[in-house]
Design a protein around this ligand. Structure first.
Ligand code: PGA
Ligand code: ZN
Length: 425
């Protein structure tokens, strides 16, 4: 057995895909193995997320990096990187707040993931294999953004992500090939309409639309133009990110010039479900609208995946409450929303036991870090969300999944549509 005692922890400032500072942590073990990870950053963050610690200027990470090099390094040195739960528990205890407000979840998530990478390296295993520990795993079904919106596109439209899921794909490789066709078809439609304006934060086409519904309609046409049957072959997935324009039971859709109450917002999205080939909806109501989420799930939860992102913030406690409430049927898992690998895993375990969909997700501010691809595959989460089909920080993750699929060879199984928590009809 390799000696996985932590001998050195260091932090440094690096930069993300929006040109903003973020935290990288590097860990070295007694056996010589090293691991490294970078914290991502969100733009449409849930109010209950763990704290992304920034300097007094609101941007810098000097304090977060100093926490890695100081308090965290001192507390974790000598601990065993092979015992992830112990490490994460030590981070939680050292922080001492309910939301990583002292150390910063950007500091803790980088350290937690770096330790995981180092331990896998010590065992000579790619991270996904180290995580799977011999259990069966599947390549996740990807949901891939075609149009960006909301906080990722200067609020040009209200809906944040218009994505596709290649349900007819037999492999991850095929899912990417199908998505590439839809992505380019969508670009051609925008070009032909004289509306091509480049891309939004996650690489999706800039949403030059007159209404939110026109965006969904155009996505449907892009699927058809690429030669696929909407729904059966390539289906639509929306992230409404309703907390960005709704609170206190009021929803203000800037583009459509409408203000709706919770019932009205429910009806609006249910109308889209009735008219378009949508199989998944994220945060259809705001994070403070528990009744709305329950009503929406009661109305649509048998035929559509309903994902809690801002609503659940990768919190096991909130997942547990939402299971009891029947407020969603899937969880978005973003390690930096809670700040450690172990807490992310706890949210996944509860969701999976309830038969929910589980989607490991990137943030809108990303880097070359590939950890989430390994978590999604090694934990057999079933689904992954990374953003669009452009920009290096997104493509690096899709390409890593291709390498994993190739490494698994004959043992590679693609989760496909079975990853969706839908009743068989
Ligand atoms: P964020 O958004 O990373 O900007 O918070 C991503 C999402 O809402 O899924
Ligand atoms: Zn979201």
């Amino acid at each position: 057995m390799p000696d996985t005692t932590i001998t050195r922890i260091s932090g440094r400032r690096v930069w993300d895909s929006r040109g903003r500072a973020t935290v990288e942590a590097e860990i070295e073990l007694a056996c010589g193995a090293r691991g490294r990870a970078i914290a991502p950053a969100g733009a449409s963050r849930g109010a209950r997320e763990a704290v992304d610690l920034r300097d007094a200027d609101g941007l810098g990470v000097t304090v977060a990096v100093a926490n890695v090099n100081g308090a965290i390094a001192a507390a974790l040195a000598g601990m065993d990187a092979g015992k992830q739960e112990d490490l994460d528990r030590a981070l939680i205890a050292l922080d001492g707040t309910p939301n990583k407000a002292r150390l910063g979840a950007n500091a803790t998530v980088a350290v937690s993931l770096a330790a995981l990478h180092a331990a896998a390296r010590a065992h000579g295993l790619p991270l996904f294999r180290y995580l799977a520990q011999g259990r069966p795993m599947r390549l996740p079904l990807p949901e891939i953004q075609i149009f960006g919106g909301g906080a990722h596109a200067g609020r040009r439209i209200d809906i944040q992500d218009l994505m596709v899921m290649a349900l007819a794909a037999g492999s991850f490789d095929e899912a990417l090939e199908m998505t590439a066709r839809v992505y380019h078809a969508a670009g051609e439609l925008m070009r032909d309409a004289g509306k091509l304006r480049g891309v939004a934060d996650e690489g999706g086409w800039w949403p030059e639309f007159a209404s939110n519904e026109e965006a969904i309609e155009t996505l449907t046409r892009a699927i058809e133009r690429a030669g696929f049957v909407p729904g059966d072959e390539v289906a639509i997935s929306l992230d409404i990110a309703a907390s960005e324009f709704g609170a206190g039971g009021r929803y203000r859709l800037g583009l459509d010039g409408r203000s709706l109450d919770s019932d009205g917002m429910c009806e609006l999205v249910l109308g889209w479900l009735a008219r378009y080939a949508i199989v998944s909806v994220e945060d259809p109501l705001a994070e403070d609208d528990r009744e709305g989420m329950m009503r929406f799930t009661a109305a649509a939860g048998r035929r559509v995946q309903i994902v809690g992102d801002d609503y659940l913030t990768t919190s096991a406690a909130r997942v547990e409450a939402a299971i009891a409430d029947r407020a969603c049927n899937a969880v978005l898992l973003k390690p930096n929303q809670c700040g450690t690998v172990t807490e992310t895993r706890a949210a996944l375990d509860l969701a999976r036991a309830a038969g929910w969909g589980c989607i490991v997700s990137a943030r809108s501010g990303e880097t070359e870090d590939l950890s989430i691809v390994h978590l999604a595959t090694g934990w057999d989460a079933g689904q992954i969300k990374v953003g669009s089909f452009a920009r290096g920080e997104r493509m690096a993750k899709w390409n890593e999944a291709l390498r994993i699929e190739e490494m698994l060879g004959r043992d590679a199984h693609f989760a496909g549509r079975s990853a969706l928590p839908l009743k068989k009809s």
